[in-house]
Design a protein around this ligand. Structure first.
Ligand code: MF3
Ligand code: CO
Ligand code: CO
Length: 253
């Protein structure tokens, strides 16, 4: 991860400009996610829209020469936590939940945002998981203000998730963002209030709760990217890029 310095007002305006566009692309991609549609089609749409907007899909090629991430969108179905690779063979079906995570470089600045959406009619449990994950993100964003610490964000995610009966992933974290896909600091989904780095005006963070139905242990697929729950339980992921302002968090995506 890069340094993750504080951003200027001008940089934050540009990140917000890209973030607004990316938010719109993500929701229009999600509107296409229906039974019978492949995750490959979703990626095609998302990449095309990013190009039309004058951006670059920042996940594509990420991770270096050996096994670069091959798409602009991550599509993670059911027990897949994050970084699922879009495929023509992965057709969405009624009852699935699919995480859609997207990143864009726009005017040399980066944003990152994700939602998990239901396909057709999903179980009551899946609905509850989606709600709790969104609620964890909202609770975390409320803690993202100057003078608070990273641990306050982490604690908000963990306590909201666990109160709803779910667990939070330990092996993956949120992060600074803006000059690169991932910057310092790490923003874990679990932690203690009042611990970790102090939040300062101008910091830009990607906060991304990953909740699991049962246990939080994960496995990495042999494709080098897809991450699944070890026990096969469902998992959901929501993410926003936010800026710390003197008034509190400003959601940029
Ligand atoms: N979007 C992921 C995150 O939230 C990073 C994806 S990296 C990729 O941090 F290479 F898998 F795309
Ligand atoms: Co992301
Ligand atoms: Co992220």
């Amino acid at each position: 991860m890069k340094k993750g310095a504080v951003k200027t007002r001008e940089e934050i305006s540009l990140i917000a400009e890209g973030g607004t566009i990316l938010h719109d692309i993500l929701y229009r991609t999600a509107a296409l996610a229906k039974p019978g549609v492949s995750t490959w089609e979703l990626n095609e749409f998302a990449e095309t829209e990013i190009a039309k907007a004058g951006g670059r899909p920042s996940f594509k090629g990420y991770g270096g020469k050996k096994n670069p991430y091959p798409a602009g969108l991550c599509t993670s179905v059911n027990s897949e936590v994050v970084h699922g690779i879009p495929s023509k063979k992965t057709l969405l079906k009624d009852g699935d939940i699919v995480g859609l995570d997207i990143g864009m470089e726009y005017k040399e600045l980066f944003t990152d945002t994700a939602i998990t959406v239901p396909i057709g009619k999903v179980s009551a449990l899946a609905e509850k998981l989606l709600e709790a994950t969104q609620k964890s993100l909202n609770a975390a964003i409320k803690q993202a203000k100057p003078g608070n610490r990273i641990g306050d964000i982490s604690f908000a995610i963990q306590s909201t998730a666990e109160a709803a009966g779910f667990s939070v992933v330990r092996d993956l974290v949120g992060h600074g963002v803006g000059y690169d896909v991932h910057e310092d600091p790490s923003v874990p989904c679990y932690g203690k209030k009042g611990t970790g780095q102090v939040l300062k005006t101008g910091m830009v963070l990607a906060i991304e709760p990953m909740l699991c139905e049962h246990e939080y242990f994960v496995d990495f697929d042999k494709d080098g990217w897809t991450i699944r729950t070890k026990d096969g339980g469902l998992s959901a992921h929501f993410e926003h890029t936010i800026a710390i302002t003197e008034y509190g968090a400003r959601i940029l995506t």
